[in-house]
Design a protein around this ligand. Structure first.
Ligand SMILES: NC(=O)c1ccc[n+]([C@@H]2O[C@H](COP(=O)([O-])OP(=O)(O)OC[C@H]3O[C@@H](n4cnc5c(N)ncnc54)[C@H](O)[C@@H]3O)[C@@H](O)[C@H]2O)c1
Length: 286
């Protein structure tokens, strides 16, 4: 299948990433089938998309007159059989192996034989997920960044069995979406999290050891290294629980102690200080 023949995109999961992916494709003219398990999750996802489209209109990235057409291209559903109409399905359900396998097997059964099946996983092996479907050659990782409508990078991950055709189609689809795809091979944490998480972890160790305050660590990285956001501010944005989970994947995947999660990160997670989403992490949020 060529990227030009892709007209309908299914997105599995209407959460933070799923609604962003649906938004980006609908804005680019694709018909989107947005699937979640309950109507209230779909309603929440659609509400977020509507608000984010309004924000784009305010920033003059989109004409106000285009909003109804963008929203009309998104078909919400709780019915897995609706996926039969899709040319590609992109899975964006929570980062739990068993759940992802269940959702991917269900999609594999519903999709037409030629359709591509992609996962937005942050850290689970694409090769392992692909092996549980009937289409490992048509399986690929599409790691979008949060918030999807704004972030241009898509890390495109080739599993061991991903075909050259699937890879080429996916790269070209990302470009048609206005994104910049970067190809990487399947390895724990891919490139993004393998490089980012040790940075965040080391920043947390600096705070734990009393080397510097969170504000000081972030200021050094922002003013000294030209990072737009300090690593601890970014960790709060990602979620400290998510950071610990990804460090676990790196630690297990490489068997190397350099990836062990900082005890202070674990302590914050145990306290429910998960970052922005819980109102407190390295910083306080009102
Ligand atoms: N949040 C991020 O910054 C980020 C960045 C890159 C990648 N990711 C990855 O994207 C994926 C999704 O993360 P998220 O932050 O959007 O999660 P989220 O919890 O915000 O959303 C997940 C959605 O999936 C739905 N869901 C659960 N079971 C389902 C099923 N059986 N069928 C369909 N939908 C189902 C949930 O109801 C929820 O709406 C994860 O693999 C995560 O690692 C997240």
């Amino acid at each position: 299948m060529s990227a030009d023949s892709i007209k309908t995109v299914a997105v599995l999961g209407a959460g933070a990433m799923g609604n962003g992916i649906a938004h980006a494709f609908a804005r680019s003219g694709y018909h989107v089938i947005l699937r979640d398990v309950e109507q209230r999750f779909l309603d929440r996802g659609l509400d977020t998309i509507s608000k984010n489209v309004d924000r784009e209109i305010k920033k003059e990235k989109l004409a106000a007159a285009d909003k109804p057409a963008v929203l009309a291209r998104i078909q919400p559903t709780t019915d897995a059989s609706a996926l039969a109409a899709a040319d590609i399905a992109i899975e964006a359900v929570p980062e739990q192996l068993e759940l992802k396998l269940r959702v991917l097997k269900e999609a594999d059964a519903a999709l037409k034989p030629g359709a591509i099946l992609a996962s937005n996983t942050s850290s689970i092996s694409i090769t392992q997920l692909a092996a549980q479907t009937s289409r490992p050659g048509k399986f690929i990782g599409m790691h979008f960044m949060n918030p999807v409508p704004m972030m241009v990078l898509v890390e495109v991950i080739r599993g061991l069995a991903t075909s050259d055709e699937t890879f080429a189609t996916t790269m070209s689809l990302c470009e048609k979406l206005g994104k910049t795809p970067v190809a990487v091979n399947d390895s724990p944490g891919f490139v993004s999290n393998r490089v980012l998480m040790p940075l965040i972890n080391e920043a947390a160790f600096c705070v734990m050891e009393g080397v510097a305050t969170p504000e000081a660590v972030d200021t050094v990285m922002k003013l000294g290294m030209n990072h737009p956001m300090g690593p601890l501010q970014l960790a709060d944005f990602i979620g400290l629980d998510v950071c610990v989970d990804i460090l676990e994947v790196l630690f297990k995947g490489f068997g190397d102690s350099k990836y062990r999660a900082c005890p202070l990160l674990r302590k914050y997670v145990a306290a429910g200080w998960l970052g922005r989403k819980s109102g407190r992490g390295f910083y306080m949020y009102s």
